[in-house]
Design a protein around this ligand. Sequence first.
Ligand code: DAH
Length: 386
Amino acid sequence: MEQPVRPDPESDPGHPDIDAVRAHLLAAVAASAGLDALDLVRVDALGKQGQVTRLLKTLGAMTPEERHAQGPRIHALREAVTAAVADRRAALEAAALDARLAAERVDMTLPVDLAPPGTVHPVSQVMDELAEIFADLGFSVATGPELETDWHNFTALNIPETHPARAMQDTFYLEPRAGAGGDAVRPPAGDRETPRVLRTHTSPVQIRTMLAQKPPLRIIAPGRVYRSDWDATHTPMFHQVEGLVIDRGITLGHLKWTLETVLKAFFERDDIVLRLRPSYFPFTEPSAEVDVGWSTVKGRRVLGGSEGWMELLGSGMVHPRVLENAGLDPAEWQGFAFGVGVDRLAMLKYGMDDLRPFFEGDARWLKHYGFSAFDVPTLSGGVGAQ
Ligand code: DAH
């Protein structure tokens, strides 16, 4: 925009061309494109050396008649310029706000991207499903370390050093720490604090929970466990969920009802049938292997019914010696416990037949078998993924 020529108010101090100054300043105000430019115009008009200020100063040198004639005009000029600057500032600020609002606008009505690039791993999904189902029965989630002490992983669970049951689990032992002279330093026998193994099962969380909390207890403990194994159904790291209930008057009936209720919700079938088969675990007495029934539908084996049985998990009544090791009086408290492979549950529910890809991080497998992060399992919405 073309700027009007700036008139010099002092070229003829007796008769300054007030109309020309007004026209020039109002045009400059209107033409200022931003708040900074407007401020320059304001200083040029109303600042100490500004054109309007200098006009005001000419009043002192005028005759009373001249002042009578020019005074109101110059004051009116100052008011007009002041008002124009204020209006222009308000307009520029409003425009700046509009521009910001337009730039920061979010259209809340746009559809959400329901397929973000990442997926929830089936193991995480199944753990979330189980946590949701057990929470409904009053269980909370407990955790323990993956680097575990020999005592928590074995001894406290009634598996003493010499017990053949230690051979049941192919344990990864940690290197003993090197001593000052380079010799391996073994923790003293009976040491309850120094980590010595990668936990072989989630059962040590039973011990840690009983030692840390007062009964009655209802917990599940999902987590990673480690064994020296590798084939289509065994990986060196896999996942278990441990369960523990400690209360007065707990029986095998409570165990069976709980597992039946949970597995019906998990597999989303009312016809799930369980069979408790006598077994042996050092930390439970009696111990039971729990089988789930299957039947044949259109030539395929599906869970439900009882045409045949498949082994699902280990369980039993908590051994009195385990209760004692964890500081509880077996005459007062009883409980049941169980441990189940999460990976196996995921394979059964979502139809995978090889465990190894679970841990290979192949993006195609994860995309195929993974779950949307928006598909949070809830009992009301369905624990099964859509
Ligand atoms: N810890 C056992 C395992 O890893 C599973 C197990 C069996 C856990 C019986 C239990 C139980 O709590 O009562 O093979």
